[in-house]
Design a protein around this ligand. Structure first.
Ligand SMILES: [Mn+2]
Length: 322
């Protein structure tokens, strides 16, 4: 167990004790030599927060199901001939205990953890939980990388000012983000269910929102459109409902006409090829369906592939696949 005392930044107001998970429990089922927090470049932070889900429930069980499925993900990546987890080390924190913490209190608890990890030079992946929880890693990353662009992969715009009486609903998370992020730095992709109120925000703020219908109508140029809308530094908030329900049924509010897995990966590949840097990401809204193994495995695989793409530098002179 690693014990962190109060940091100089003041973000850790309490003495915190973080446990990491060992083999059999951690992401990819890694031996301690590759999953110790101190040596790992990558840290998975399970944040099973669920308080205000509105339709299908179960995101609180998401991290656990993703970790269990990840034991069956191949650690070798044939595209890059790498085994990232052994080269860089990958630690998984024990799921954060967020019971009894709601809204800003839950966000503050997670933000303190992410803040500390970023200060230690880690690449952080947060596993939700409902989308609201992504506010914490987004804020922490923006503090560390003040110029970052935010790529939101989602079926929903999440731009309602409030929803069901709360400003902290998963349906409002991007409205909260726009209270501290300049609107031109938000790029939304895959959106296909919006309220009139949200459409007004999109128009008024001239948001870079790529609707699924537009994406389908535009052919493969959409990748370029998205990549060129992003700055050089990118944080990704990935709501698994961006994927088509045929591939990703295990989410609270599945919507038809979603992205396919290979399209999502191709977008990340294009971001890498453009020389832009992916600085961190979160994966939220996965709500496991018992017995439906493919959805959990798809999510685990997506995370590992995204890590490989984010952490394999793209150098023009290299012989790596372009
Ligand atoms: Mn969302």
């Amino acid at each position: 167990m690693l014990v962190f005392s109060t940091s100089s930044s003041g973000y850790l107001r309490h003495r915190m004790e973080w446990k990491t998970l060992g083999p059999g429990e951690n992401f990819l089922d890694l031996e301690p030599a590759y999953s110790e927090l101190e040596r790992a470049r990558i840290v998975i932070v399970p944040a099973p927060y669920e308080y205000r889900t509105s339709f299908g429930k179960g995101t609180r069980y998401g991290p656990e199901a993703i970790l269990a499925a990840s034991a069956h993900v191949e650690t070798y990546d044939e595209e890059f001939d790498r085994e990232l987890c052994y080269e860089l080390g990958l630690a998984t924190l024990a799921p954060l205990k967020l019971e009894g913490l709601y809204d800003e209190a839950a966000l503050a608890a997670l933000e303190a953890v992410v803040e500390h990890l970023l200060q230690s030079g880690k690449f952080v992946v947060t596993l939700g939980g409902e989308h609201t929880i992504a506010l914490a890693p987004i804020r922490a990353h923006l503090r560390h990388f003040p110029r970052l662009s935010l790529l939101q992969l989602d079926a929903h715009a999440d731009l309602r000012h409030t929803y069901e009486g709360s400003a902290y609903s998963h349906a409002c998370v991007m409205a909260r983000v726009l209270e501290f992020l300049p609107p031109e730095r938000l790029v939304q992709v895959g959106i296909r269910a919006v309220a009139r109120e949200e459409m007004e925000v999109i128009r008024r703020a001239a948001l870079r929102t790529l609707f699924a219908t537009t994406l389908r109508a535009s052919g493969p140029e959409w990748y370029t459109t998205v990549v060129e809308s992003l700055g050089q530094e990118v944080y990704i908030t990935l709501d698994v409902d961006v994927l088509d329900p045929a591939q990703m049924p295990a989410t609270g509010t599945p919507e038809p006409n979603g992205l396919w897995y290979h399209e999502l990966i191709e977008l990340l590949r294009r971001i890498r090829q453009s020389g832009r840097r992916i600085l961190g990401f979160d994966v939220v809204e996965f709500a496991p369906i018992p017995g439906l193994h493919h959805a959990a495995l798809t999510t685990a695989r997506l995370i590992y592939k995204a890590l490989t793409l984010a952490l394999t530098p793209c150098s023009p002179s290299s012989s790596e696949p372009k």
